[in-house]
Design a protein around this ligand. Structure first.
Ligand SMILES: [Zn+2]
Length: 270
């Protein structure tokens, strides 16, 4: 199998909630199991989307991973975006840190809000991407108006020298998402989070044919230069997810989508 980079995962071994969703996907939520699966499936690198704390000691990961430092709702329960700025800079200076992750929707803040200006200034200065949650959320208390893919347009226009990553392709607002990615040269996307749990890929491709055709349609509309494979581990079964994305993307584009684009956009140096 060709080499793969997983451009979007969460690394929370031993947390009961993540233990449970890993089991539902046919996995074990442990460092050993994940690394074994990465080896088996020829996944050569992964980008962890950071959660919770900004404490550098909590963001030490195995060699195969780099991470985006995340400003999530757990952090913002006790702090503000403004307070996060010095810590975010500390992370961005580290070669292990590949970028910043923002969680609009979970956080009731639009990505074009001026509160994020210092974060974008840092991302531009250190030349590292800002990954943004877009599309449906995993918790019902979140507010979708903040994470509609269209909200990324204004941030991208205001910050033409910042590389944005639209996580989850704005799912299920695929046509809106495609418009924003197509128009803004500084917006890429990842294909994580489209499935959860264990699935029968063949059966799913038939049962959800309308949805799958929409994904194929809007990907084909965009082309594959800025499209990255990601799993949202431990949400989905890794092998099934690879099969699913292979079914969405023409074979001649696999190398870009599964490896080259993430290697370039997140500066993995692989
Ligand atoms: Zn995620």
């Amino acid at each position: 199998m060709e080499r793969i980079i997983d451009a979007h995962l969460h690394f929370c071994p031993g947390e009961p909630y993540f233990d449970q969703i890993a089991r539902a996907a046919g996995h074990i939520n442990s460092r050993q199991h994940l690394q074994k699966e990465y080896e088996r499936l020829n996944i050569k690198g992964g980008i962890i989307m950071g959660n919770r704390t900004l404490d550098p000691a909590a963001h030490v990961y195995p060699e195969v991973f780099r991470y985006c430092i995340g400003i999530d709702r757990t952090y913002l329960r006790g702090g503000t975006v403004e307070q996060a700025v010095p810590d975010v800079e500390l992370h961005l200076r580290s070669p292990r840190c590949a970028g910043v992750k923002l969680y609009p929707g979970y956080n009731p803040i639009y990505v074009w809000d001026s509160v994020y200006e210092p974060i974008y200034a840092l991302a531009e200065y250190y030349n590292k991407p800002v990954a943004v949650h877009t599309g449906e959320t995993a918790t019902p208390g979140a507010l979708l108006k903040y994470c509609h893919p269209m909200t990324l347009d204004e941030a991208a226009v205001k910050h033409p020298n910042v590389q944005f990553v639209m996580c989850h392709f704005g799912n299920p607002w695929l046509s809106d998402a495609a418009a924003v990615v197509d128009k803004n040269k500084n917006v890429a996307l990842d294909l994580s989070g489209l499935l959860e749990g264990a699935v029968q890929t063949e059966e799913l491709l038939v049962r959800k044919k309308g949805y799958v055709d929409q994904l194929r349609t809007w990907l084909e509309y965009l082309g594959y230069e800025d499209v990255m494979f990601g799993t949202d581990w431990p949400l989905a079964n890794l092998e099934q997810y690879i099969d699913f994305v292979k079914a969405l993307v023409p074979e001649e584009e696999w190398e870009k989508v599964f490896f080259d684009n993430a290697n370039r956009i997140y500066g993995m140096g692989l």
